[in-house]
Design a protein around this ligand. Structure first.
Ligand code: TXA
Ligand code: MG
Length: 322
């Protein structure tokens, strides 16, 4: 396959529908990160996603829908999940729900689980699903274990010679993946912090989801595998100082000691704004990594709001590699 065609989203809808119809994957913008989309009802198309990413097939995919009605065909909703859908869809929320018998989603996409992860995205992604008329499976459009792409160029650099089409929607608005909640009966658990904050969830339903990583908690979303989102460089977090040869990823107005000798410096948000920081996170990590520093050292990021998702991705990027 030659290099992928990169087409601006305003001109890409028909072409993307055609590619999906042929059972091929297409990279698309969503508000969180770029996704690698394929027909969720076509097992071969889904297999091509796993193959293209080099992703283990036991790691299930998020199924993206264009409407709450489409979602109800795939999963059992209850009062709480309906309320969350009403409050936050379209948007950066994924809900893991009991799958419906007779759902058209390929068993490969859900890795044979009795649950299904569903999200209703904003913008081009939603328009595409509506035009296609079927749900699409879409993991982040990166090779398995690497940094999620937030621009079409980042997708091209990673997967450009493995897929036919990349739809360019500009830099992703949120910049980190969706928040994943598991809902069965009364139990609401946060499987992955993401673009929707726990504070917003609590404001909508009156309770905060129970948090992952509590002692004894088992890995439920394979995205919780410790090492993930890894740049090539080693990482050091919560740094107060930086050494020569290291690259610095800053946050806020004050810099770590030794900044003048750093090999490269980027700031997630000069004014300390967590939204801006989330939006910059993956692109800044990739840019610092490209400088081939001895290490990427990161200044502290506060653990609230979008800081939960940012710190989660940073900790995975810093985790020992398998
Ligand atoms: O923002 C996002 O969610 C992006 C965009 C493209 O929509 N997608 C994304 O997909 O981040 P991916 O495949 O990189 O992450 C999906 C996560 C994985 O950690 C997977 O294990 C988990 O969702 N997951 C999917 N189905 C699940 C299920 N039934 N139960 C538990 N976890 C599930
Ligand atoms: Mg991913």
């Amino acid at each position: 396959m030659g290099p992928a065609k990169i087409v601006p989203e305003a001109e890409a809808l028909k072409q993307a529908v055609r590619v999906l119809g042929k059972g091929q994957p297409v990279a698309i913008p969503t508000e969180t990160v770029y996704g690698l989309a394929a027909d969720a009802t076509d097992g071969e198309a889904v297999a091509r996603i796993y193959e293209t990413k080099g992703r283990p097939a036991f790691n299930p995919l998020i199924i993206h829908v264009a409407s709450p009605e489409m979602a109800e065909e795939l999963a059992h909703f209850d009062e709480v999940s309906r309320h969350l859908a009403f409050a936050f869809w379209p948007g950066p929320l994924t809900m893991v729900l009991p799958a419906k018998k007779g759902s058209p989603v390929s068993a490969l996409a859900t890795a044979g689980l009795e649950t299904v992860a569903i999200r209703l995205p904003r913008g081009f992604a939603r328009d595409l699903i509506a035009a296609f008329g079927k749900p699409i499976a879409a993991p982040s459009a990166n090779s398995s274990g690497r940094i999620s792409p937030t621009t079409a160029e980042a997708v091209a650099a990673d997967l450009g010679d493995r897929i036919p089409l990349i739809v360019d929607g500009g830099p992703a608005r949120v910049g980190v993946e969706s928040t994943i909640l598991s809902l069965d009966g009364r139990d609401i658990r946060l499987l992955r912090p993401g673009g929707l904050t726990v504070e917003d969830i609590r404001a909508a339903i009156g309770v905060a989801p129970s948090m992952p990583g509590a002692p004894g908690g088992k890995v439920e979303a394979p995205g919780q595998l410790a090492s993930h989102y890894a740049p090539a460089a080693r990482m050091r977090l919560d740094a107060a100082s930086v050494r020569p040869g290291e690259a610095l990823l800053g946050f806020g107005p004050r810099r770590a000691r030794g900044v003048k000798a750093a090999k490269a410096v980027l700031n997630l948000s000069q004014k300390g704004d967590l939204r801006e920081a989330a939006k910059n996170l993956f692109a800044h990590l990739a840019a610092l990594d490209a400088e081939r520093p001895d290490r990427i050292v990161v200044e502290p990021v506060p653990e609230h709001g979008l800081g939960l998702a940012i710190n989660d991705r940073l900790r995975r990027a810093a985790a020992p590699r398998p």
